[in-house]
Ligand binder design. Structure first.
Ligand SMILES: NCCC[C@H](NC(=O)CCC(=O)O)C(=O)O
Ligand SMILES: NC(=O)OP(=O)(O)O
Length: 320
């Protein structure tokens, strides 16, 4: 595997899930694979889970790991071509990327959407420069439009906790005080479409996700109706994807606290499990009682990030 961006990159999902189980049973089984190999993790944005779980996964596989926080200690990087670099950015990404590629065997990139220019974000401009100029396999650690390590961990978690062969999974928008990217819901939708689940998306009008990710997934604008009989409730805020109105891209269109997942929302589900990728803002996305209940899967989801990263890094090591 040379890139890990979309669900297609992992191939057969049944095989990927079996590999995840194998690794979870013995995390150090493939420790010889990564000997004398180096993973470079590059962060343009903050992280807790991705940083720790991906580093742990690489260490389990016997790799060395270098972590670079671009905005804390490195030269500030220019990402656009054709600009006169007379501002605060001292180095261009087009030199920095091949330099970084010299020091490692594999690269993970975190680079969130700027939410200013839809075309720039949805072209995955920064990620694609890493793929083109680093000469190394590259995986997304949440980029402008995708977060596949999260979606893979979510799928593993659903597989572990489902009580029906084909569970109902509902992705629900919830309110937030900041404009957030669409990467998490995009990837979740893409992976759920590929999995054997009954998938429904619910959000206020105007928040339609890009059909490139949602495909033919059912959209239900009535949140309570969508949640009826749900086995899994995946809450997430996202800003306007600009599908119906490009001028609204990246904007907050609703702050409706009626969408916060509370006990009344969970009551209409079928003993539904609560999921969120974290970090989560309590009181906006979810109430304390729901996230603290035995039906909350937020910690097992985070734990499975080590497993999804292990499968991905193992596949990349095998293809070196
Ligand atoms: N990687 C998990 C989510 C990261 C990001 N959340 C955030 O930026 C939340 C920040 C805050 O709550 O201030 C997102 O939604 O894509
Ligand atoms: N869920 C997730 O990716 O968390 P971090 O942003 O903390 O890495």
């Amino acid at each position: 595997m040379r890139t890990f961006i979309n669900v297609e990159d992992i191939g057969d999902l049944g095989k990927a899930l079996a590999e995840a189980r194998e690794i979870k049973d013995d995390r150090f089984k493939f420790q010889a694979l990564g000997k004398n190999k180096t993973l470079m993790m590059i962060f343009f944005n903050n992280s807790l889970r991705t940083r720790l779980s991906t580093q742990k996964a690489a260490m389990n596989l016997g790799m060395n790991v270098i972590v670079l926080d671009v905005n804390a200690g490195a030269w500030k990087l220019e990402t656009e071509r054709g600009v006169i670099m007379d501002g605060d950015k001292s180095e261009h990404l087009l030199e920095a990327i091949p330099v970084m590629g010299c020091y490692c065997d594999m690269i993970g990139v975190r680079s969130f959407a700027g939410l200013q220019d839809r075309d720039y974000d949805y072209a995955e401009t920064v990620l694609n420069q890493f793929i083109k100029y680093s000469g190394r396999p590259v995986f997304a650690m949440e980029t402008a439009t995708v977060h596949p390590l999260q979606a893979f961990a979510d799928l593993i978690t659903i597989e572990e906790h489902k009580t029906k062969k084909r569970p109902k999974v509902v992705l629900s928008w919830a309110p937030h005080c900041r404009a957030l990217p669409q990467a998490v819901p995009n990837s979740f939708a893409q992976w759920m479409n590929a999995a054997d689940v009954d998938f429904v998306i619910t959000h206020p009008e105007g928040y339609e996700l890009d059909p490139k990710f949602t495909g033919s997934a059912r959209i239900e604008y009535n949140q309570m109706k969508a949640l009826e009989g749900a086995d899994f409730v995946y809450a997430k805020n996202w800003s306007c994807p600009g599908v119906t109105n490009p001028a609204d891209y990246g904007k907050i269109l609703s702050r409706d606290m009626g969408w916060t997942i509370d006990a009344a929302h969970m009551a209409v589900t079928d003993h539904g499990k609560f999921m969120h990728c974290l970090p989560v803002r309590r009181g906006l996305i979810v109430t304390d009682d729901v996230i603290e209940s035995p039906d909350s899967l937020v910690i097992p989801e985070a734990a499975n990030r080590e497993i999804s990263a292990s499968v991905v890094i193992k596949r990349m090591l095998e293809s070196l």
